[in-house]
Design a protein around this ligand. Structure first.
Ligand SMILES: [Zn+2]
Length: 341
């Protein structure tokens, strides 16, 4: 079976705790809606302990030592690099008010966020997460470019990002002609009694989402995949996995929707396909004939946003995951936006 089913109870429980922590930090409705996806995504990765720290890479035998690339005096865990490392403490000390006074708190990164976040209002929590992300980006700039920013620069940049977002949010009520044009390409709900599966795949990550006629999410999958350099083959492999997922979950009336027009045409035409790509397409055709009612349709990339994000998320996960509840909260915004059309 192409999809590895590795969902286990202990993992689900662990993830549920982490998702609860995430919501406790930001709130399911209030904070997330105004925050950029990149920041939500960063917070979700930090809460789920999947940022590629040296401690993590060392365990996977990717780097020869686990030491923090900045202070070189302790293993680089998420809580170390974002909070307890002297270089991170220097940054937090540059922040004003409660954030500045919180530098003595210790523990797991989620615990730190929860403890500090409890005493902050929404704007301060937003700044806290933005600063944390800026510390992580500063660390990457040092590792990959040899440039190290001063603490004051990091905090100033984070403040500017928060202020810029505030200004955008205030202007949000007047849509620009460009945004109106973009809204015309939107995800559409399937008819009553059918489910729609959207899928996408990058070179090393795959994602798919199943939704019903009301736009409610029924299942999602995301995971890493072997590197494949051929874009057509990549999309075809992902399509086959999406079909496998739907069949495994027992869906009978399905719309399979992807954003690669050439592949959709190849699946829907009667003639057999040739070559490696063709074999996968023929597999898909065979699976679709095994039962149920299938419709295969094309959509634009702009209307395939959640599947696209799931594919990007896939390269950050160690193993493939399938969710039928407790969906990753960093996708709440995009799912809600797509659902509203
Ligand atoms: Zn350090």
């Amino acid at each position: 079976m192409p999809i590895t089913w590795l969902w286990r109870r202990w993992r689900k429980r662990k993830l549920a705790v982490r998702i609860t922590s995430y919501h406790a930090i930001y709130g399911r409705k209030s904070g997330i809606s105004g925050v950029p996806e990149s920041l939500n995504f960063f917070l979700w990765k930090a809460c789920n302990d999947i940022l590629p720290t040296k401690e993590k890479l060392f365990k996977r035998k990717v780097v020869p030592d686990p030491l923090c690339p900045i202070c070189m005096s302790a293993p680089e865990s998420i809580s170390h690099i974002l909070w307890t490392c002297p270089s991170a403490q220097d940054v937090w000390a540059e922040c004003n008010g409660k954030l500045q006074k919180s530098v003595c708190i210790d523990g797991d990164f989620i615990e730190i966020l929860l403890k500090v976040g409890q005493g902050l209002d929404e704007d301060e929590r937003h700044l806290m997460v933005t600063v944390a992300r800026s510390i992580w980006l500063r660390r990457n700039k040092l590792v990959f470019e040899g440039i190290f920013q001063a603490p004051a620069t990091v905090v100033r940049s984070a403040r500017e990002q928060v202020e810029a977002l505030d200004n955008v949010t205030r202007r949000h009520s007047v849509p620009s002609p460009r945004s109106i044009a973009r809204e015309e390409v939107v995800w559409k709900k399937p008819p009553q009694g059918m489910v729609k599966i959207n899928w996408d795949r990058g070179k090393i990550g795959m994602g798919a989402i199943v939704r019903d006629h009301s736009g409610k999410v029924i299942a999602m999958t995301s995971g890493p995949r072997e590197f494949v350099n051929d874009p057509s083959l990549v999309e075809a492999l992902a399509a086959r996995e999406a079909v496998d997922l739907s069949i495994s979950l027992g869906f009978q009336n399905c719309i399979l929707e992807g954003d690669e027009l050439e592949l959709i045409n190849a699946i829907t035409q009667d003639e057999p396909c040739r070559g490696t790509y063709g074999q996968i397409v023929n597999d898909i055709k065979f699976l679709l004939l095994q039962g149920g009612h299938w419709k295969v349709s094309h959509t634009r990339r702009a209307a395939n946003g959640t599947a696209h994000l799931l594919a990007k998320m896939g390269l950050l996960l160690l193993v493939s995951q399938i969710w039928t509840s407790d969906f990753p909260p960093c996708l709440d915004d995009i799912v809600r936006t797509e659902q509203s059309f």
